[in-house]
Design a protein. Structure first.
Length: 335
């Protein structure tokens, strides 16, 4: 505070009446002398007696000086709040809380991994447009394939392995499927589309034609991974059967004079192989192998592999205008 003083003096320059002790004349600025201090000296306090307060964040913190999304508004300078406590109140300073970022990406990634693991990837991630549908395994019948039959329908080209739906249902290569699960089959494409729409494990009715005769059977579909294929025969102790007929040298042909859908015509035969030693010839049309009807090369290949090496199997062939049955001793496959 300013000290009280009742003594007065006159300025030597302008004659103004002044309070004694001033350094300069307040009227003309004339220097009067050193005089006394006009203001009280600065008072210093011991830092240990002051309350502590956390220092504000450094200027490099991008969140310390701006408002964050969803946080309370920034308070004016000097105002007090939870975000701007009064100096000396002993409340530590903290920058405004910022919302978590990127968390939803983590949860989306986890969800997709789980969907892929259970085979339920949404269809909209697999293709554009259309409703989301789960991806499911395609039904399998255990055939080598289908061909469109001359009169319509899906012709079975051969058996793909043991313990398959067509084997259990009594179907063979050469049978022509006309209806599947109550839906008409006009060609091989229809058959493939119907299989794609059929859930694995469903039991369906099949209408088919064999050697001109229409019949009906039922079968239960499986997934392709659930059938061992022909490799099952290779893994047997005796291995797969072999009679010395090359699979690529067998053709499906019609059989003259017989009311059957076809047979397997032999091409080149391995010299000194089981078939050659038994008397089979090039051009013979196989229509029966053991107890099984043969209508396609695929079925002949399957039945030969299925036969146990060392056993003798009667093979019925059409040779010219006659049918000949030839016993063949089965050898072991070299594959």
């Amino acid at each position: 505070m300013r000290a009280e003083n009742t003594d007065t003096v006159n300025c030597p320059s302008c004659g103004a009446t002044l309070v004694a002790g001033l350094r300069f004349c307040r009227m003309c600025g004339y220097r009067l002398g050193e005089g006394v201090e006009e203001y009280v000296a600065t008072q210093r306090f011991d830092a240990s007696s002051m309350p502590t307060a956390a220092a504000p964040p450094p200027a490099t913190d991008p969140f310390a000086a701006r408002q964050t999304w969803g946080a309370a508004p920034i308070q004016p300078f000097g105002a007090t709040s939870a975000l701007n406590p009064p100096q000396g109140a002993g409340v530590p300073w903290a920058p405004p809380a910022r919302p978590a970022r990127g968390g939803w990406w983590l949860w989306l990634t986890i969800a997709l991994v789980l969907l892929v693991a259970v085979g339920m990837v949404p269809a909209f991630l697999m293709s554009r447009g259309g409703p989301a549908t789960p991806v499911m395994a395609k039904s399998f019948l255990g055939v080598d394939g289908f061909e469109t039959a001359p009169g319509g329908g899906a012709l079975i080209t051969g058996i793909a392995g043991p313990e398959t739906p067509i084997v259990r249902a009594g179907l063979i290569g050469g049978d022509i499927i006309k209806s599947f699960d109550g839906k008409p089959v006009r060609n091989a494409r229809d058959m493939s589309e119907l299989l794609a729409q059929t859930p694995v494990g469903k039991t369906v009715e099949v209408v088919y034609v064999r050697d001109g005769v229409t019949a009906t059977t039922t079968l239960t579909t499986i997934a392709q991974r659930d059938t061992p294929g022909l490799k099952m025969f290779d893994q047997r102790p005796g291995g797969a059967g072999n009679i010395g007929i090359r699979r690529n040298d067998v053709d499906r042909v019609t059989v003259p004079g017989l009311n059957i859908s076809g047979g397997a015509e032999l091409g080149d035969i391995d010299r000194n192989g089981p078939a050659d030693m038994a008397g089979l010839r090039e051009g013979d049309i196989v229509i029966k192998f053991g107890e099984h009807l043969i209508r396609t090369p695929g079925d002949l290949r399957y039945r030969i592999s299925e036969a146990l090496p060392g056993t003798t199997v009667p093979v019925l062939v059409v040779r010219g205008a006659e049918q000949v049955e030839i016993p063949v001793k089965v050898g072991r496959s070299k594959d």
